[in-house]
Design a binder for this molecule. Structure first.
Ligand SMILES: [Zn+2]
Length: 217
């Protein structure tokens, strides 16, 4: 079941690799699948598989406790990270986790990205926080990521990588790319020796626009 949703997850996972946001089998992609009776499932990439040879049937369906409902392969080791976000953010329909280079530099520097660009605020929700370090696949990583993500659409995982969410897969992938661009711009501006954030009153206006689109309230 959910074949179309699984195919979309595979398509976005391949794009994530083609765009250079991950190397090898790293990163993971999922989307929320809502059944008519109200039960929710998550279609997620399998653990440790290359994207170019991955098939639609390799995408795993899990329930909201992380139990495998359909599929032969083990789901991503970061399944509980994805589920933690779906539980906390009702409007989030898709999650993409990457190991992109500039975002990873921010993850190593441990520096929150201030609201630097208009598109960063209107699509990602403003500043990008760094989630405290925890081992990959651990419940702590899921907790730390959910806390640092807050109501926004992107977060950096300390010494690990990046994660972005969206109402659908296309949006989540776009947000990953926007986060990577923002991280690159921040680093380049620091190299130039001057970083000026969006004026705070304008940033607040843009955050109101963002909350209207993505707010869970
Ligand atoms: Zn990772």
């Amino acid at each position: 079941m959910w074949e179309a949703q699984k195919a979309e997850v595979l398509e976005v996972a391949r794009k994530m690799e083609e765009k250079g946001l991950v190397l090898g089998t790293s990163g993971n992609v999922s989307q929320r699948c809502k059944e008519r009776e109200g039960r929710e499932l998550v279609a997620i990439t399998p653990s440790g598989r290359h994207y170019d040879t991955m098939k639609v049937e390799d995408i795993v369906l899990v329930d909201m406790e992380g139990n495998r409902v359909e599929g032969e392969l083990a789901p991503s080791v970061e399944t509980m990270l994805h589920i933690g976000i779906y539980r906390a953010r009702k409007k989030v329909g898709a999650v993409v986790h990457t190991h992109a280079v500039y975002g990873s530099a921010i993850a190593v520097a441990g520096k929150e990205i201030p609201p630097l660009l208009d598109d960063q605020i209107t699509y990602l929700g403003g500043e990008v926080k760094v989630a405290a370090y925890a081992l990959p696949g651990s419940p702590e990583l899921a907790r730390n990521a959910v806390a640092a993500l807050g109501p926004r659409n992107a977060v950096v995982l300390a010494n690990h990588g990046t994660l972005a969410v969206g109402r659908n897969l296309r949006e989540a992938l776009n947000n990953c790319e926007l986060l990577e661009k923002t991280a690159k711009v921040y680093i380049l501006a620091m190299v130039l020796g001057s970083v000026t954030a969006v004026p705070p009153d304008m940033a607040e206006l843009e955050k109101v626009f963002f909350a209207g689109l993505f707010g869970d309230g």
